[in-house]
Design a binder for this molecule. Structure first.
Ligand code: HEM
Length: 408
C-alpha cells in the first residue's frame, strides 16, 4: 500500500519502474488526471480516459515529442509553442498527424491485413515446432528469448525479406533498446535504432534494385509511394519500417511467455484450457493480452488546448495514456488483479486504440495463439526457474525479458 498523503508518480522513478501497479491503483482512485510539473505532463490511468485520449481525432494530440519521450526530452517544455516537424527527410510516421500518418501507414499495411496474416499460419506453426524440436530435448530453455523471441523475430525477417537466420540478431538488436537506464529511466533507443536501421537498410536497397514489384509489400509499398512529389529515399523507407521491426519483435514473446507462466501458476485453469486446446487457447489469449501486455504507456503532445477526462490540457503539454493501468481498472474488469483465463474481455487496450492502433494486431494474435498452443500440445508439464527469471525495471516495456522454463 502506498501512503496516500505523500503519493507521487513519475514513470521514470526507480520504484515505479520496479512495479508500477500499486501506483496505478492510487492514480485511478484519487488522481484521475495527474500532473507532473517537471515534465509538463498529464498522466491518465482510467480505462475510459485512455480510450478518450487515444481516440481523440482531428490532430488534437500528435506524438510530436515522440510517443516514447525520454525524461530529458520531457524536461524541455514546449511552453505553448510547437515547432513544425521537418519533412525533408521525411521523419518516422509516429511524429506525424493526419493525413501523413495515414498515407505512410497505408503504404505498408498490405501484409498486415487479416487475409495476408491468415496465410502465414502454416509457416508460423512450422517455425514454432522446429524450434520446439530443438529446445524440448534440452529440458530447460528461455521461453522469452529462445522460443517466442525467435518466432516473432523470424516473422519480422519474413516481412522484410531478410534471411530467417538473422532472427537471433534481430532479437538481440531490438532488445538492446528496451533496457532502461537505471539512473534516468530512459531507454537506449539511439543505439538500438541505429542497429535496427543497419539491418533494415540493405533489405530496402535490395528491393529497390530488384524493382520493388510488390512481392515484399511492407517495403515495396513504401518504395512505390507516390505522394511527396519524389520517391522516398532508402533511408526514409528504412525509417518508416523501424516501428514494425521493433514492435514486431519485442512484445509478443514477453506476452506468450508470461501467459504460459500464469497458466502454470493456476493449474486448475491450465487443466481447463487443456481440455480443448484448439478452442480454449484463443479464449485464454485475450486474458493473457490484458494481463501480460508489457507496454505501459504512450505519449502525445497537445497541438491545441483540449479537454481529457474533464481536465483542460494546454497546447504544448504532454499527455500519457497509461495502458498498463487501464488493463487493471476495476471500473472495467471485475477482480482486475486476478488472472482468469476465460473472463469476458469485451474491450482491450493492449494494442492501443484509435489512429495508431497496432498495425500488427492480427499477426500478434496469430503468433500468440500458435506459440501458446504448440507449446502446450507438446509439453504435458512444465515449471519455471524463477530465481533466474528477469523482469527488468522499465518505464515502458515492463515484461519478462528472460523466463527460464523447465520441462518435466
Ligand atoms: C502482443 C503483441 C503486440 C502488442 C501488445 C502491441 C501493442 C502495440 C500498441 C499498444 C501500439 C500503440 C502505440 C501508440 O499508441 O502509440 C502498437 C503500435 C504498433 N505496433 Fe504493435 N503490438 C504487438 C505486436 C506487433 C507486431 C507483431 C507488429 C508488427 C509486425 C507491431 C507493429 C506495430 C507498429 C508498427 C505500431 C505503430 C503504429 C504507429 O504508431 O504508427 N506490433 N502496438
Amino acid at each position: 500500500m502506498l501512503d496516500e498523503a505523500s503519493f507521487t508518480y513519475d514513470p521514470f522513478a526507480r520504484e515505479v519502474m520496479n512495479n508500477p501497479l500499486p501506483f496505478y491503483k492510487e492514480l485511478r482512485a484519487h488522481h484521475r488526471a495527474y500532473f507532473i510539473p517537471k515534465y509538463d505532463l498529464w498522466a491518465f490511468s482510467r480505462f475510459d480516459d485512455v480510450v478518450e485520449l487515444l481516440g481523440m481525432g482531428d490532430n488534437a494530440l500528435v506524438g510530436t515529442d515522440t510517443s516514447l519521450p525520454p525524461p530529458e526530452a520531457l524536461l524541455r517544455h514546449n511552453n505553448g509553442v510547437i515547432a513544425p516537424v521537418a519533412m525533408d527527410p521525411l521523419p518516422t510516421s509516429n511524429l506525424l498527424g493526419a493525413p501523413d500518418y495515414e498515407i505512410l501507414r497505408q503504404a505498408h499495411l498490405k501484409p498486415f491485413k487479416p487475409r495476408a496474416v491468415a496465410a502465414l499460419k502454416g509457416q508460423i506453426e512450422a517455425l514454432a515446432n522446429t524450434l520446439l524440436d530443438d529446445l524440448l530435448p534440452r529440458g530447460r530453455f528461455d521461453l522469452t528469448l529462445d522460443y517466442g523471441g525467435i518466432v516473432s523475430a523470424a516473422m519480422v525477417c519474413h516481412l522484410l525479406d531478410l534471411p530467417l537466420g538473422l532472427a537471433r540478431e534481430v532479437l538481440t538488436t531490438v532488445n538492446a533498446g528496451t533496457i532502461t537506464d537505471p539512473e534516468t529511466g530512459g531507454l537506449d533507443t539511439a543505439t538500438s535504432i541505429a542497429g535496427c536501421l543497419d539491418i533494415i537498410r540493405p533489405a530496402v536497397a535490395r528491393r529497390r534494385a530488384a524493382g520493388a514489384d510488390g512481392s515484399v509489400p511492407a517495403i515495396d509499398g513504401l518504395i512505390n509511394l507516390d505522394h511527396y512529389g519524389r520517391p522516398l529515399t532508402d533511408d526514409e523507407v528504412t525509417m518508416q519500417l523501424v516501428c514494425v521491426f521493433i514492435g514486431g519483435t519485442e512484445t509478443a514473446p514477453k506476452v506468450a511467455a508470461h501467459g504460459l507462466m500464469e497458466l502454470a501458476n493456476h493449474p486448475d485453469q491450465l487443466a481447463e484450457v487443456r481440455k480443448d486446446l484448439d478452442a480454449n487457447v484463443d479464449i485464454a489469449i485475450e486474458e493473457i493480452l490484458r494481463f501480460c501486455a508489457p507496454a505501459q504507456w504512450f505519449a502525445r503532445t497537445a497541438q491545441r488546448d483540449v479537454v481529457i477526462g474533464g481536465q483542460k490540457i494546454a497546447k504544448g503539454q504532454r499527455v500519457i495514456a497509461l495502458m498498463g493501468s487501464a488493463a487493471r481498472d476495476e471500473a472495467e474488469f471485475d477482480q482486475p488483479d486476478e488472472f482468469i483465463w476465460n473472463r469476458p474481455v469485451p474491450r482491450v487496450l493492449s494494442f492501443g486504440h484509435g489512429q495508431r492502433y497496432c498495425i500488427g494486431v492480427h499477426l500478434a494474435r496469430l503468433e500468440l495463439r500458435i506459440m501458446v498452443r504448440e507449446f502446450l500440445k507438446r509439453v504435458p508439464s512444465y515449471r519455471f526457474d524463477m530465481d533466474r527469471a528477469i523482469r527488468r525495471p522499465s518505464s515502458f516495456q515492463w515484461g519478462w525479458n528472460s523466463l527460464p522454463v523447465i520441462i518435466d
